[in-house]
Design a protein around this ligand. Structure first.
Ligand code: NDP
Length: 246
């Protein structure tokens, strides 16, 4: 489709996995895309090349989501490069697991910085630019709603916070016709959670569909929420999890 023709999007953590699939899908639907990454420049450049090959503009910027100044600078740069900003996808995440007694304060602070503070400050910086019809979409996690393995206390805490942020921002930005939504993926085949990793069979068995998502499955829902047909959805959490949470 060309539902996003003329729109400009920012995707954090767009060099690999779900973020890369989202960046490519938004471009396929017509958007120009800036993607951030932390360290894998080659992967980020490859995603940008894929987007340019579709005739869309792509900008790559190194920005650790753990650094709020870098997040704000990325938002400002996206708006500057494209002359507008319509869609923000908060995707970059920190996935730190461990037994409660073993998790450190540093791990707590890192997780909250990347998973909660970054989406918050990106939203804050972006509302200066987002027009009516603007979109804020954050990637949460299925484990915020159903936590089946030990070791997820910190990660689940951070991802659960996003539902509250999404509802409150949806309420606050509704009068400006900006929607704010949360997409909770289930097990999705990425470097962080490979579909053929050692725990994959057990994880697949916890879904209703019995298998992992492809990153494109998550990206399709993000693209729908980003598009004009989703204009009446705000403050929602959309589970794209193969039935993991039912
Ligand atoms: P991947 O590890 O496959 O990819 C992570 C991407 O985010 C890379 O582009 C990476 O950049 C970037 N990134 C990581 N940390 C930072 C950071 N601090 N600042 C900027 N960019 C960063 O992860 P997934 O695609 O699996 O996960 C994406 C999101 O989906 C996360 O929020 C995760 O919590 C969530 N999620 C994933 C699930 C899954 O099963 N895969 C399930 C539920 C939720 P670089 O290439 O430079 O390292």
């Amino acid at each position: 489709s060309n539902a996003l023709e003329g729109k400009a999007a920012l995707v954090t953590g767009g060099s690999r996995g779900i973020g890369a699939a989202v960046a490519v899908r938004l471009a396929r639907d017509g958007a120009d895309v800036m993607l951030t990454y932390r360290e894998d420049t080659a992967s980020a450049d490859a995603v940008a090349e894929q987007i340019r090959a579709m005739g869309r503009r792509a900008v790559v910027t190194q920005a650790d989501s753990g650094d709020p100044g870098a997040v704000v600078a990325a938002v400002n740069r996206a708006a500057g490069e494209f002359g507008r900003l319509d869609i923000v996808v908060n995707n970059a995440g920190a996935f730190l697991l461990g037994a409660l007694e073993e998790l450190s304060l540093e791990q707590f602070e890192r997780t909250v910085a990347v998973n909660v503070r970054a989406p918050f400050v990106a939203s804050q910086a972006a509302v200066r630019y987002l027009p009516a019809g603007g979109r804020i979409i954050t990637i949460g996690s299925n484990v915020a709603e159903r936590t089946v393995f030990p070791g997820f206390s910190l990660y689940a805490t951070s991802k659960a916070a996003l539902a509250g942020m999404t509802k409150a921002l949806g309420r606050e930005l509704g009068p400006r016709a900006i929607t704010v939504n949360l997409v909770n993926p289930g097990p999705t085949d990425t470097d962080a959670n490979p579909a053929h990793g050692p725990d994959a069979a057990a994880i697949s068995g916890l879904t209703a569909l019995g298998h992992y998502a492809d990153p494109a499955d998550i990206a399709a829902t993000v693209a729908f929420l980003a598009g004009p047909e989703a204009r009446y959805i705000t403050g929602a959490t959309v589970n794209v999890d193969g039935g993991f949470t039912i």
